[in-house]
Design a protein around this ligand. Structure first.
Ligand code: FE2
Length: 372
């Protein structure tokens, strides 16, 4: 290897970006309809029996820079069927765009990542793309996507199939802000260290159980980020409380570690939450008391307090600015994956000041399910 090639190799993971998130679900046709109708995604591409795939079907959904792939198995004895059987509907792949997927894969494996798919070059009439995957927590994987030489609708093997969103009102969801993983008891440091070692990420913040606890439930969290703060992976583990931690509930229902939530960024959270609520999306509801203390806690903000209270939007502040956020209820029957809708106004925070208010709301939900 020449020294220039060696340098390029060593920096193969330096500037990752989000590419797509693939969900494995029981009924992709219906799930894709839900994300189009409720969350305002357009369908842009498709792969299935009509395109020569015998074992699976995938719908590709897009909204601004967000790209979701919704996949179901067509056969019972299949890796995807086993995934759905064990975990329920959930995130299988958090794919990252890189300049050289082969080098990114080789470097990640050299640094200790478990290989899942060796680099594979796929071609069709729109060009070629290279994919390679490594394992992360649980059954979750990161696929490296190199698509500089590809001009098609999504990736080779998918046909363009455009169905505009049929949402009644259109939210303005733009890109992934962060993707949170739940891991087992005392595993947070192992996985934070994995992102530091394999991806060269650094720790942005950490929270311990004193920050994130209520009378009943507790968790610990470390936020790992790339140097540009483009890709952020918070890692949660449960902590001891009087009752079962919400992370433990997730681990029980998902049968192990996995993606807990995707935070979707919007530049207009008020209009977006209004649209999502009109489309039937359900959110966690902060108690009234939260809004009585809000002005005192976060100071002056641009949004009217009455509107935030009406839409149940949460606010938090750090030394750089403030952020607004709201969490959906689980997106499937098992209380596992959910979305966060987030707007940042300078703040790099993850809503530490909201955890208490939020946990009270989550506990009300847990109590209704009888798992508190
Ligand atoms: Fe979050």
């Amino acid at each position: 290897m020449t020294s220039t090639a060696a340098t390029a190799y060593q920096s193969a993971l330096d500037r990752p970006d989000w590419d797509f998130v693939e969900f494995y679900v029981g009924n992709a046709k219906q799930a894709a309809h839900f994300y189009r109708t409720a969350f305002g995604f357009d369908q842009i591409a498709y792969a299935g029996p009509e395109t020569g795939l015998r074992d699976r079907v995938s719908y590709v959904l897009e909204q601004n820079r967000l790209r979701f792939v919704i996949t179901s198995p067509l056969q019972p004895d299949h890796e995807i069927a086993r995934h759905v059987n064990l975990h329920g509907d959930g995130v299988r792949d958090v794919a990252l765009a890189v300049g050289d997927a082969g080098a990114a894969f080789a470097l990640a494996v050299e640094r200790g990542a478990r290989p899942v798919r060796v680099p594979q070059t796929l071609h069709d009439e729109f060009g070629s793309a290279v994919l390679a995957s490594v394992a992360t927590y649980g059954d979750t994987v990161h696929t490296f996507v190199e698509r500089n030489a590809y001009r098609g609708p999504f990736l080779p093997g998918f046909i363009a199939q455009r169905t505009a969103s049929n949402a009644q009102q259109h939210p303005a969801l733009h890109h992934i802000d962060h993707c949170v993983g739940n891991v087992g008891w005392n595993e947070m440091d192992t996985w934070a260290e994995y992102y530091a070692r394999v991806f060269n990420f650094t720790q942005l913040v950490s929270f311990d159980d004193k920050d994130i606890s209520t009378e009943y439930t507790a968790l610990k969290s470390k936020v790992m980020s790339d140097a540009r703060h483009a890709v952020k992976f918070p890692i949660n583990e449960p902590a001891r409380g009087l009752r079962k931690s919400q992370i433990e509930e997730y681990l029980d229902f998902y049968r192990g570690p996995g993606v807990q939530h995707l935070a979707l960024h919007t530049s207009d959270i008020v209009a977006t939450i209004r649209a999502l609520r009109a489309n039937g999306v359900e959110f966690l509801e902060a108690p009234d008391a939260y809004y009585e203390q809000l002005s005192e806690r976060v100071g002056k903000i641009d949004e009217a307090l009455s509107v935030l209270r009406e839409l149940r939007i949460l606010v938090d502040r750090d030394d750089r600015g403030y952020m607004l956020q709201l969490f959906t209820k689980p997106l499937q029957d098992r209380p596992t994956l959910f979305f966060e809708i987030i707007q940042r106004k300078g703040s790099l925070s993850f809503g530490k000041g909201n955890f208490k208010a939020l946990f009270v709301a989550i506990e009300q939900e847990q109590a209704r399910r009888g798992t508190l």
